[in-house]
Write a protein that binds this ligand. Sequence first.
Ligand SMILES: C[C@@]1(CC(=O)O)C2=NC(=C\c3[nH]c(c(CCC(=O)O)c3CC(=O)O)Cc3[nH]c(c(CC(=O)O)c3CCC(=O)O)/C=C3\N/C(=C\2)[C@@H](CCC(=O)O)[C@]3(C)CC(=O)O)/[C@H]1CCC(=O)O
Ligand SMILES: NC(=O)c1ccc[n+]([C@@H]2O[C@H](COP(=O)([O-])OP(=O)(O)OC[C@H]3O[C@@H](n4cnc5c(N)ncnc54)[C@H](O)[C@@H]3O)[C@@H](O)[C@H]2O)c1
Length: 207
Amino acid sequence: MLPVMLDLRGKRVLVVGGGAVGRRKALSAFSAGAAVRVVALESLHEEFAAHVSIEWIQANYHADHLQGMCLVFAAATPAVNDRVALDAIRRGVWVNSASDPTAGDFTLPAVVRRGELTLAASTGGAAPALARRIREKLEREFDEHLATWIRLLEMIRPTVRESIADPELRRALLDDFADWPWLERLKAEGEDATRRLMEQRIRAAAL
Ligand SMILES: C[C@@]1(CC(=O)O)C2=NC(=C\c3[nH]c(c(CCC(=O)O)c3CC(=O)O)Cc3[nH]c(c(CC(=O)O)c3CCC(=O)O)/C=C3\N/C(=C\2)[C@@H](CCC(=O)O)[C@]3(C)CC(=O)O)/[C@H]1CCC(=O)O
Ligand SMILES: NC(=O)c1ccc[n+]([C@@H]2O[C@H](COP(=O)([O-])OP(=O)(O)OC[C@H]3O[C@@H](n4cnc5c(N)ncnc54)[C@H](O)[C@@H]3O)[C@@H](O)[C@H]2O)c1
């Protein structure tokens, strides 16, 4: 399996099934920028009333629903999901089956997001409940300070590039800023103090 980060902006995504699983997948695809269409037997779920860009079609799934889609999540009953997976594979549309990890092209990992950082845990379908537990553990270990740290690193990187000509020194400094004691410092002293200290170190290295 190849882990990838998909940019779904401007891509059309179909979700078959509007239960808890289908809605979760529709929201994930929507958050990744996709134009999402849900096909389900029941009428529009209230959770989606706020998400006007998610189109909800109350219908029995038909292969025609795959027309123009680049990705499909089968999240209905196992029998329907099997059909969706077969139809999609036949048409060359990438498909995920919520009921059978082997039926489609990919499975979804449990995800933690911290600013620009994404942590994903997958057991490849062996133990989804364990993937969730690992996600919870990662959430505790990597809290919001990590997002701030990454933002700081992104911010000071151009300054390091501009101020330090020696590539060895530049690398050593960036490597040091990306080391764990800085996260501890950030937690203890806050963002402004940490940024000032980083800037001091850059000035000292530039001398
Ligand atoms: C990671 C996560 C992401 C997400 O869905 O967004 C995800 N499942 C999550 C949770 C979860 N799913 C289930 C439980 C109940 C406990 C249990 O059954 O173990 C829990 C735990 C809970 O909810 O606490 C039930 C379940 N899941 C699948 C089946 C069918 C089967 O395998 O037979 C059944 C049985 C259904 C039934 O029998 O009715 C299948 C899949 N679930 C996957 C992903 C893919 C493999 C991921 C991997 O193995 O790493 C895969 C193959 C397909 C896919 O969906 O891509 C999400 C964590 C979200 C979070 O972060 O909290
Ligand atoms: N991946 C996961 O995390 C995970 C977790 C639990 C369950 N599952 C699997 O995901 C699937 C969905 O789970 P759920 O709890 O959301 O189920 P659910 O019963 O709440 O929802 C099923 C949805 O499928 C729709 N549906 C059924 N037949 C259809 C058809 N012919 N055409 C269009 N829509 C149809 C229903 O209208 C409903 O919206 C199941 O197959 C289940 O085994 C996966």
